[in-house]
Ligand binder design. Structure first.
Ligand code: URA
Length: 247
């Protein structure tokens, strides 16, 4: 999020707001290599490289949490319609965490939240192919042929879905619980994939990012992730930021 430079410097704890202004006036602060001397200038500490006397500034501690999102919560920082937002559930961390990607209002399950923009982007970037696992309770009993088509990829809103892994977990009389693993994140993708085969999704829950599983985390609760947890998200292709997290 963009903020005034003097506010960012003050938050980073290197100076009070007033002495931050002096540092700026003295030409000691650079944003992405450019000296910045105007007071109104804004920057985004998550994306811009901010240095003081050539040294990168250390900003707030990076925190990563896994939340078990309940249905009825919006995956945004605020909601104009006044509905509950996922950040309402992060009660004991005095930092502004944002959700990595989204879950529909009516979807439950694993939602990563962090103040590390770089890591968030890596998880969403197709290059890292982070797998997301969902459990979908669908109407009816999809035939093996239909499930096979979903696995291969189907046409959806003008694009072809990438190969998915599918496993039937439980067959009821007129509903089926199916696990589906995808590494794309188009809006309402899982619901649309099943709907395309005429099997409406009744309940949807994300159970894992890569090998990082939701496990027994209660609905509405979160836990702070360790470096090992973060490594489980990425299978093999570890992004730069993760490599630098000390064990
Ligand atoms: N796919 C969906 O359809 N909904 C979600 O919330 C996530 C993935």
């Amino acid at each position: 999020m963009e903020e005034r430079l003097q506010k960012i410097l003050a938050k980073a704890g290197i100076a009070s707001r007033r002495s931050a202004e002096q540092l700026i006036r003295d030409g000691r602060i650079r944003v992405n290599g450019q000296v910045v001397m105007e007071m109104g200038c804004k920057a985004d500490p998550a994306h811009d490289r901010i240095t003081c006397d050539g040294k990168p500034m250390a900003f707030e501690e990076k925190v990563y949490v896994l939340l078990n999102k309940p249905a009825g919560y919006v995956t945004t920082l605020s909601d104009p319609q006044g509905r509950p937002v996922v950040t309402d559930l992060i009660t004991e961390i005095p930092l502004r965490l944002f959700p990595v990607g989204r879950l529909d209002l009516d979807t439950e399950g694993a939602l990563l939240m962090t103040n590390d923009g770089e890591l968030g982007n890596s998880i969403l970037h197709p290059r890292f192919e982070v797998k997301k696992t969902y459990e979908a309770l669908v109407v009816g009993c999809p035939t093996p042929d239909k499930l096979n088509r979903l696995e291969q990829g189907i046409e959806l809103d003008g694009f072809r879905t990438r190969p998915a892994a599918i496993r039937v977990l439980k067959r009821h009389k007129d509903q089926t619980l199916i696990e589906i693993v995808i590494h794309e994140g188009k809006k309402r993708q899982v619901r649309k994939m099943f709907q395309a085969l005429n099997h409406r999704v009744l309940h949807l829950k994300r159970t894992a990012y890569g090998q990082l599983k939701l496990g027994t985390l209660p609905l509405g609760k979160y836990r702070v992730l360790t470096p090992d947890d973060l490594k489980k998200i990425f299978s093999g292709k570890i992004p730069f930021t993760i490599k630098n997290i000390p064990d």
